[in-house]
Write a protein that binds this ligand. Structure first.
Ligand SMILES: O=C(O)CCC(=O)C(=O)O
Ligand SMILES: [Fe+2]
Length: 287
């Protein structure tokens, strides 16, 4: 019987020994990521995964892809929430744009999968916390959406939006053959300011501060998606785009709002009902 791949074997370990606390290579990577994140809200480690690691992550997602959920509701604002009738119709909360991508949810990956083992791997969390200069980092507590696969079929797109959780790492498993670009505006809002005017400009098509990331399968992307607005452009190729996303928070116990989770992922759990009464967030932003 084939033995399971260990987490350190999933990584291109010679170049990226992220679990070896005293290794100077680890310090150098952390320095690089820290400065990219501070400048840009985004950073990339190229060829982060070993061939075996990438292949197992790809297989685990591809086998689950037929179970992806596509929302019936296609028109979304950047907060992936309801509009605000107290605001004018051209307020960002009331501007709705199409979102057509689908998601494979976290509950479809059991504990034995490499994807899930990697997500919960302690050295990964320690490494990411060090990259962010945080004392600790927590797994996003949302049982439906803390680890998801974004499926973008030909013709599909993911509208401009902000994430609920502060921080994600993403792994492109299968790029679109054309289109399907990840675009973002670094640090568009702050924990204390929604910066509605700047959001509106982006929605009106202002590309002054829009950046596009060129990613390849096997790269590891770091992204502060709660503050940097982002989108995935239409997949104009003829094959699906697949991207695995693992989310983290600065406080324990953060769970997505019931409406947002139901809309995006098609299901909620008891945990969502309980969290609705007392939502945990690190800031006062609209989600
Ligand atoms: O597919 C991507 O590159 C980003 C997906 C995303 O922004 C999300 O799932 O919140
Ligand atoms: Fe996002």
């Amino acid at each position: 019987m084939r033995r399971d791949l260990r987490c350190e074997e999933m990584v291109n370990h010679e170049k990226y020994p992220i679990d070896e606390m005293a290794n100077p290579k680890r310090h150098a990577i952390i320095d690089q990521i820290r400065s990219e994140l501070a400048m840009d809200g985004c950073a990339v480690i190229r060829n982060f995964f070993s061939d075996q690691g990438l292949s197992v992550l790809q297989n685990e997602s591809i086998t689950r892809q037929p179970q992806a959920y596509y929302s019936k509701k296609k028109m979304c604002n950047v907060y992936l929430g309801n509009g605000d009738e107290d605001q004018p119709s051209d307020h960002p909360r009331n501007i709705f744009i199409p979102r057509t991508n689908g998601f494979v949810t976290a509950d479809l990956f059991d504990e034995s999968t490499c994807s899930r083992r990697f997500y919960y791997w302690e050295p990964l969390k320690r490494f990411l916390a060090d990259c962010l200069g945080k004392e600790a980092l927590f797994i996003y507590d949302d049982p439906v959406s803390n680890m998801i696969v974004n499926v973008g079929k030909p013709g599909q797109q993911f509208n401009w939006h902000f994430d609920t959780n502060e921080f994600t790492i993403t792994m492109l498993l299968k790029p679109a053959l054309s289109g399907g670009h990840f675009e973002y505006v670094p640090n568009l809002r702050t924990p204390s300011d929604e910066c509605y005017d700047d959001v509106k400009k982006v929605l009106e098509g202002d590309r002054t501060n829009v950046k596009r990331l060129e990613l390849n399968a096997g790269d590891l992307q770091f992204f502060l998606g709660r503050f940097s607005i982002h989108q995935v452009t239409e997949n104009t190729g003829d094959e699906d785009r697949l991207l695995l996303i693992m989310s983290f928070t600065e406080k324990p116990g953060v769970i997505g709002s019931m409406a947002r989770v139901k809309d995006l992922y098609g299901k909620v759990t008891e945990a969502h009902y309980l969290a609705e009464k007392k939502p945990v967030r690190s800031d006062g932003l609209v989600d």
